[in-house]
Design a protein around this ligand. Structure first.
Ligand code: FES
Ligand code: FES
Length: 160
């Protein structure tokens, strides 16, 4: 099958790749571009481990065709930090021990970033609702929610 030539922006960098028509964005990120932070948990849109931000919208990259990235902007977990400086969400996940195995963590972080990008002061209910599409199999969700709340507060403080 002929491949499509895709021109896109990933984590702020102009990126080109070749993709089969049926190839998912997750597969291209992991297998073609070596961006392996996005995880494959279910391949069916149920776990959120593959979450990325596509033109500002949170999507499951396992349900997104790679060709849909044409001309668009993708943010993956690899694009969250600023150089060596962790994103406040990453720092707060560490401080709150909001992870155990970490397999789900990239998806939680990307999803939480998408939330804080649109709402810098979400309620606990908002956070729980927003993260309902991200499954963690081994830790309690409370620490994750506390980490997001703490990161949001710190980011609001930094904006003042
Ligand atoms: S791997 Fe995409 S939602 Fe689970
Ligand atoms: S930390 Fe293990 S699945 Fe989330």
């Amino acid at each position: 099958m002929s491949k499509h030539h895709i021109t896109t922006t990933i984590n702020g960098e102009a990126t080109e790749f070749l993709a089969e028509p049926q190839q998912t964005l997750l597969d291209v990120l992991r297998d073609n571009l070596n961006l392996t932070g996005s995880k494959e948990g279910c391949s069916s849109g149920d776990c959120g481990a593959c979450s990325v931000i596509l033109d500002g919208a949170l999507v499951c990259s396992c349900l997104t065709l790679a060709v849909e990235a044409e001309g668009r902007t993708v943010t993956t977990i690899e694009g969250i930090a600023t150089g060596e400086k962790l994103h406040p969400l990453q720092q707060k996940f560490l401080e709150h021990a909001a992870l155990q195995c970490g397999f789900c963590t990239p998806g939680f972080l990307v999803a939480a970033k998408a939330l804080l990008d649109r709402d810098p002061n979400p309620s606990e209910t908002d956070i729980r609702y927003w993260l309902a599409g991200n499954l963690c199999r081994c830790t309690g969700y409370d620490k994750i929610v506390r980490a997001v709340q703490d990161a949001a507060a710190e980011m609001r403080g930094a904006r003042r």
